[in-house]
Design a binder for this molecule. Structure first.
Ligand SMILES: [Zn+2]
Length: 372
């Protein structure tokens, strides 16, 4: 415990250094448009490599494309394992109107107790914190059992083809770890039992459902001669509105949440919605999360049909946004869609995955350590 106290003190003392590091990171314009040449993460990788070398920490740069780079630094542990990987991305999204910014987006200005700039919150802040943690542990000379690895990668904002995707394919050993911490979780959440912090271990999947409905065109002056597809659309929309998703409270989130609600009863399939409503009064976000993590969503978002104001439309396309829980595979989604479209003549559909659902184990020594 005394060692932990010493580390916290060292972290406090290094606060200004951390601020400067983040400001430096922001000054590198690592804007990622998704169209090459873009990103330009390599100069920033070189800057970090030199800075780490000054701290006696070796790192390597893995170039994944022209001017694209990934930096991996390691503080070796005596036994090598369990390895912990701090993940971060050093690319940022483009700036639309620089003149709208209070401070130039790549200035890394420190003002009003804040650090301003593109990437200050997503996610050069966390990269700076991860690197400072590595450096402080190195300075403290604390013997580690397993390796601590920091990977500052390129190209997260457009899918990671030159970043973690590239590393996983071409240099998996450099980032192989037993545990990994990435951006996304960790935010403070108000609950009836006080502020809590979330550990995110998975994400819902996302699919696009493209439904095509087929009718028969005719002149609008004699609609009885055709089959107006808009009424099929109306029926499909009505069914989607009434669609009842299967409720599932098996995610570890619900077990942890029960304690924070201070009601002495577990969250169940039967009470989850009532509890979500109640919780929304204290925390709108957490109440919404209770709903989101307990069901698949299937939401109509776009529709398109008709070619002329005096023609009965024959074809209509309806697009829905679908979000799935970790155990809900494509076959599960298809069963739901088949049910919605049952008996509607001329209905076809296609499912397009834009993100496959994933979940890591929650019940781990790392999660326990974070909690304690
Ligand atoms: Zn990010």
């Amino acid at each position: 415990m005394a060692e932990l106290e010493r580390l916290f003190r060292m972290a406090d003392e290094a606060a200004e250094e951390g601020v400067q590091l983040l400001a430096d990171l922001i000054r590198f314009e690592t804007v990622n448009t998704g169209v090459m040449p873009t990103g330009s993460e390599l100069p920033l990788c070189r800057h970090l490599r030199d800075w780490l070398a000054g701290e006696g920490i070796t790192s390597q740069i893995l170039e994944s494309g022209e001017n694209r780079g990934n930096l991996v630094a390691r503080l070796p542990g005596s036994a090598g394992t369990p390895r912990l990987l701090y993940m971060g991305h050093i690319d940022v999204v483009p700036v639309e109107n620089p003149q709208d910014w209070r401070f130039p987006p790549f200035s890394g200005t420190v003002a009003d107790g804040r650090i301003w700039g593109r990437g200050a919150a997503d996610m050069k802040d966390m990269v700076a914190a991860e690197l400072m943690a590595l450096v402080i542990l190195g300075r403290a000379g604390i013997p580690l059992r397993g390796d601590l690895i920091v990977a500052a990668a390129a190209d997260e904002e457009t899918g990671g083809k030159y970043g973690f995707g590239w590393l996983a394919e071409h240099a998996p050993e450099t980032i192989r770890a037993d545990y990994a911490i990435n951006e996304g979780g960790g935010g403070p959440v108000p609950t009836p039992a006080g502020t809590a912090y979330e550990i995110t271990v998975g994400e819902k999947g996302r699919l696009e459902l493209h439904i095509t409905l087929q009718g028969e065109a005719t002149h609008a002056a004699s609609p009885w001669q055709g089959d107006n597809v808009s009424f099929k659309l109306a029926e499909v929309l009505r069914r989607l509105q009434n669609w009842q998703p299967e409720i599932d409270v098996s995610q570890p989130f619900f077990k942890e949440l029960a304690a924070l609600l201070g009601r002495g009863e577990p969250v169940t399939v039967g009470n989850v919605d009532a509890l979500a409503d109640e919780l929304s009064k204290v925390s709108r976000g957490l109440g919404s999360e209770m709903r989101g993590l307990s069901r698949m969503t299937l939401v109509p978002t776009m529709f398109n049909g008709g070619v002329k104001s005096n023609i009965v439309p024959a074809v209509c396309e309806l697009v829905c946004d679908v979000r799935t829980l970790p155990w809900q595979d494509e076959a599960y989604v298809r069963r739901q869609v088949d049910q919605v479209l049952a008996g509607i003549e001329g209905a076809r559909y296609e499912l397009i995955y834009t993100a496959i659902t994933n979940a890591s184990q929650y019940d781990t020594p790392l999660a326990a350590a974070i909690q304690s």
